[in-house]
Design a protein around this ligand. Sequence first.
Ligand SMILES: [Zn+2]
Length: 394
Amino acid sequence: MKLFKNILISIFFLSYIFLVLWFFDITRFKLIQIFWNLAGFSYDIKQQNYKIYIPIQLYRPESMFVPEKIHIPVKPKFPVIEFHGHLFKTSEDELIQMMENTNTKIFIDLALRTTTLENYEQLEQKYKKLKDRLIIFPGLNWNRLKENNNQTGIELMAKDLEEIAKNKSIKGIKLWKDFGLMHRKKDGSLWRLDDPAFDPVWDVCKKYHLIVAIHTSDPPAFFRPIDERNERLIELSRRPEWSFYGKNYPSFDEIMKQRENLFKRRRDLIFVALHFGEFAHDLKRASELLEKHSNVYIDIAQRIDELGRHPRSTRDFFIKYQDRILFGIDGPPEYKKAQIYWRFLETDDEYFDYLPEDKSIKGLWKIYGISLPDTVLEKIYYKNALRLLNLQKY
Ligand SMILES: [Zn+2]
């Protein structure tokens, strides 16, 4: 009797687990596949009219294309200044080793969560062996706006930044896409990028000559419905929180307009519009941005996927705006990831992956290299960064 009861309980629990697993497309598909294989059938059934439904997240076509030439650089042609780095869990020794492997001379950590002098000192302490090779760009203390009324909050935010700038001779700050898309006022409306209320913060940047590295918005596909027509469907189904579609958010163009107003209003500041100013998919707009605002620079972090699908126009663009583009890979200097950036910039290789195999893809396309001339490469790898950071050498 007891055995019978135990069997019943086990069946109950197993069916519960099974039901939970069945709920997810991916596990459901896998379970069906396992079942067919156990039953002695291959799931790879080639019968006519047999439709196989594969969740899009599992679709990873292997290209049958055979390249005529492959040049994968072992090292970048020139030393590198990483202008769009993040460290997160990277240890000090790991970072030093990674920088050696990728010939990264200076690493800029866009440390968004470093918002007070105390935080800053902790981070500095953690990487003290790196000395001048690590440059930290702290973030703004948005908590101040949660704790206080709007105007006082901004003033305290500016004070926190000034405290760091005064004591640490920092070179810049980092702003994230949450400015414009997530931070809301007490009345529930979003803070606008061009709101003059932020002048106390910009004035601190001006006073201490701080570069404003600003990530605004995201690729325009993130502002469209997550459906069968969205070219980043796979990416968005993995990270639905990256979607800014719907009435709670401004449109892509609206947020670009706000940023434009800010660039115009604060011509006294230097901005780096991160992720290619979010115009890697549309070089005409990227060009307008740089033409209209001589105080604006752009970086290539996480946008070679876009740039590498129109390599000829991109090459012309890089040559034309060779003094305004900075190198960055968005993260620690991982060799395999950096190598793809070198391949993209230096070679004319065709149709290759924009990220290493172990990283999640953005969409089902591949990229082409832009084989830049050495003089341009040198500027993008480190010379532009040196000039902007006001350093003589790395
Ligand atoms: Zn980043």
